[in-house]
Design a protein around this ligand. Structure first.
Ligand SMILES: *[C@@H]1O[C@H](CO)[C@@H](O)[C@H](O)[C@H]1NC(C)=O
Ligand SMILES: *[C@@H]1O[C@H](CO)[C@@H](O)[C@H](O)[C@H]1NC(C)=O
Ligand SMILES: *[C@@H]1O[C@H](CO)[C@@H](O)[C@H](O)[C@H]1NC(C)=O
Ligand SMILES: *[C@@H]1O[C@H](CO)[C@@H](O)[C@H](O)[C@H]1NC(C)=O
Ligand SMILES: *[C@@H]1O[C@H](CO)[C@@H](O)[C@H](O)[C@H]1NC(C)=O
Ligand SMILES: *[C@@H]1O[C@H](CO)[C@@H](O)[C@H](O)[C@H]1NC(C)=O
Ligand SMILES: *[C@@H]1O[C@H](CO)[C@@H](O)[C@H](O)[C@H]1NC(C)=O
Ligand SMILES: *[C@@H]1O[C@H](CO)[C@@H](O)[C@H](O)[C@H]1NC(C)=O
Ligand SMILES: [Cu+2]
Length: 570
């Protein structure tokens, strides 16, 4: 409590003494102020116009800039009828869990006419993250990039690019996304797939009525550019490539990597990457394109979204050729995808060292499952076999409470959640073996308790209940080291010997291989309630999520501060 107040006082004094309280463009170690007004905007794509929920009328929303160490203050004012919350995806939120944003986990929604000010520092990151709505399916239209430059004086670990471009991959629905989620939950069927994929909000010319709705950028021959890639799609892993140009990954999820040159990027929803592209081809025009990457036979939209790169000083003849289209793997080429994810390594340099926990205090194994549940009598359900789709972790299908878990924890309000989310699957079985006959999970609002300071190891295990698949699992409040992965059932006696404890990637979202597992480690040094969920929104709607409750420590700056006064009420 004291530490929070003295921090606030420190900042007010600091800001006044530096005279920069309202200066958004001031230099390092300063405060970045943003005003996010949630407003309706009338937007047309692929022959359909609709009124969607936006930030400041922009689609995609504004970019937030910071240098590592900066304090970011964002006042969110809700001028629409829908309940809204905003999440800063990948931001550590060290001791600022109240600013994290997932609805009913750390806060109640910002209701029509209300506002809430998020206030946090950007630490332990450099590169690209993003912000998005964290309630219902509103992040389909409420998202934008967060760009973090290294702390002043620290060099970039690669040559400074000529210029950088945010490239946000998204999904567009002609219909109302909140309604699509509600319909799917009522019928129990697969929700409507999107009508288009987009690059920076634009579908590109392979869709109807879209010849003018194309994101374009220009390259000068011989120069190197940086693309700040974000997969902001709701429900789709994506493959991304540029015709005749290779991509050199230098950062993922806000941490530098060893440079890795690939023909095609695989990005799951929630993942980000900075890639360098050298303009080393003939003058002319080239498509960049994204299309689905799938690990299970589910319906998907087959049309690619495209944007156009044009070389400066191209001749009229060169520009009148159709742009070259990139060669991308088949959507079901999981061999490409799994090798891609396995090839990423942390940079782990002198300037940017990493600290992988070498020992483990909390050993966790969570199954991540699709399930089917009974159809209420008298209703027609559209899931397989007339049942309803559901999903779970360790056989618990998460139910959102009616007030936030962290408020219930802080104020000691009973009956909201229980602290007994299991460390291990309650009834072990052959996870990737023959399908279980009765895979129906239990519904509950359970958290897993983690004592402050624990080194946590979590293995996420796919199961064959309903269908095997790969899921991009996102953790709030922490990034984690991806120390191992494999196919089949995780074997605690053999698999740890294969772990990379030297330079594993440091991520906030990781997908395990279909019919396999992934092992992640992190140090639980951030007290509060931290959501962990599949970043495919459809799966979160069905219950594929849980939360960790990290207790307070005994030392200084190890206690969750009290909530801000304007924290929304339910
Ligand atoms: C949105 O814009 C389209 C095209 O400009 C127009 O036809 C439509 O009436 C507008 N809708 C609303 C609700 O303003
Ligand atoms: C979902 O798709 C169906 C079939 O195409 C369509 O009739 C329905 O309007 C869509 N739902 C929404 C909310 O857009
Ligand atoms: C374009 O519209 C036609 C007719 O409605 C439809 O059949 C086709 O699938 C659309 N193409 C794309 C790329 O959406
Ligand atoms: C670009 O790549 C395509 C195949 O992907 C190839 O046919 C073409 O020759 C290449 N163009 C140039 C200018 O290198
Ligand atoms: C991928 O899909 C094609 C058909 O589109 C099929 O022939 C092939 O067997 C599939 N590959 C995998 C690995 O599922
Ligand atoms: C699990 O199921 C797979 C596939 O049916 C089988 O090959 C394997 O032997 C089973 N493992 C155990 C421990 O029963
Ligand atoms: C999941 O929980 C349900 C309800 O308690 C139980 O019937 C089922 O056997 C459990 N399944 C597994 C795999 O633990
Ligand atoms: C908005 O959130 C409040 C608080 O949880 C809830 O009571 C209300 O029903 C929600 N409104 C809508 C439109 O969902
Ligand atoms: Cu999932």
């Amino acid at each position: 409590m004291d530490s929070f107040q003295s921090t606030t006082v420190f900042w007010v004094v600091f800001m006044l003494s530096c005279g920069m309280i309202f200066n958004q463009n001031a230099a390092a170690d300063n405060v970045r102020y943003y005003d996010f007004k949630i407003e309706y905007a009338n937007v047309s794509r692929i022959c359909h116009s609709k009124v969607l929920v936006s930030v400041n009328g922009q689609f995609p929303g504004p970019t937030v800039y910071a240098e590592e160490g900066d304090r970011v203050v964002v006042k969110v004012t809700n001028n629409v009828q829908s309940n809204v919350t905003i999440h800063w995806h990948g931001v550590r939120q060290l001791l600022t869990g109240w600013s994290d944003g997932p609805a009913y986990i750390t806060q109640c929604p910002i209701q029509a006419g209300q506002s809430f000010t998020h206030d946090f520092r950007v630490i332990s990151h450099r590169g690209t993250l993003f912000w998005h709505a964290h309630i219902s399916w509103l992040r389909a239209t409420l998202y934008g990039a967060i760009i973090i430059y290294p702390r002043r004086g620290l060099p970039l670990p690669f040559p400074k690019p000529e210029k950088e471009f945010p490239v946000l991959l998204g999904e567009w629905w002609n219909g109302d996304v909140e309604q699509i989620e509600k319909d799917a939950l009522r019928t129990g069927g697969v929700p409507n797939i999107s009508d288009a994929f987009t690059i920076n909000g634009q579908p590109g010319p392979f869709y109807n009525c879209s010849t003018a709705d194309v994101y374009k950028l220009k390259f000068k021959a011989g120069k190197t550019y940086m693309l700040r890639m974000v997969n902001a799609a709701l429900n789709q892993d994506l493959l991304f490539g540029i015709a005749n140009h290779s991509l050199t990954i230098v950062e993922v999820d806000g941490e530098y990597t060893k440079p890795l040159t690939v023909p095609v990027l695989v990005l799951s929803p929630g993942q980000t990457a900075d890639v360098l592209v050298t303009a080393n081809q003939h003058h002319g025009r080239y498509y960049m394109a994204a299309k689905p990457y799938i690990s299970a036979p589910v319906p998907f939209n087959p049309f690619p979204t495209t944007a156009i790169i044009e070389y400066e000083a191209s001749t009229y003849a060169e520009l009148s050729q159709p742009p070259v289209f990139p060669s991308l793997p088949a959507s079901n080429d999981t061999v490409y995808g799994e090798n891609f994810f396995k090839s990423i390594r942390s940079l782990n340099s002198k300037e940017y060292p990493i600290q992988v926990p070498q020992t483990v205090d909390r050993n966790l194994l969570f199954t991540v499952s699709f399930n089917l549940k009974a159809c209420p009598s008298g209703q027609l359900c559209l899931g397989p076999g007339g049942l309803k789709f559901s999903s779970s972790m360790n056989n618990i299908s998460f139910s959102f409470p009616s007030i936030s878990i962290m408020q219930a924890y802080y104020y000691n309000i009973g009956g909201v959640f229980s602290p007994d989310f299991p460390d291990m699957p309650p009834h072990p079985f052959n996870y990737t073996g023959p399908m279980l006959s009765n895979p129906q999970p239990e519904a509950g609002t359970k958290v897993n308790l983690i004592p402050f300071g624990s080194n946590v190891q979590l293995v996420l295990q796919d199961t064959s209940t309903a269908t095997l698949d790969s899921h991009p699992i996102h953790l709030h409040g922490y990034s984690f080291y991806v120390v191992g992965q494999g196919v089949g059932n995780y074997d605690p006696s053999k698999d740890p010997a294969t772990f990379n404890l030297i330079d594993p990637p440091y991520r906030n979202t990781v997908a395990f291989p279909r019919a396999g597992w992934v092992a992640i480690r992190w140090k639980a040094d951030n007290p509060g309630v931290w959501f962990m969920h599949c970043h495919l929104e459809a799966h979160t709607s069905w219950g594929m999520e849980m939360a960790f409750l990290v207790t307070n420590g005994k030392g200084k700056d190890q206690t969750l501060p009290p909530p801000p006064e304007d924290l929304p009420k339910c």
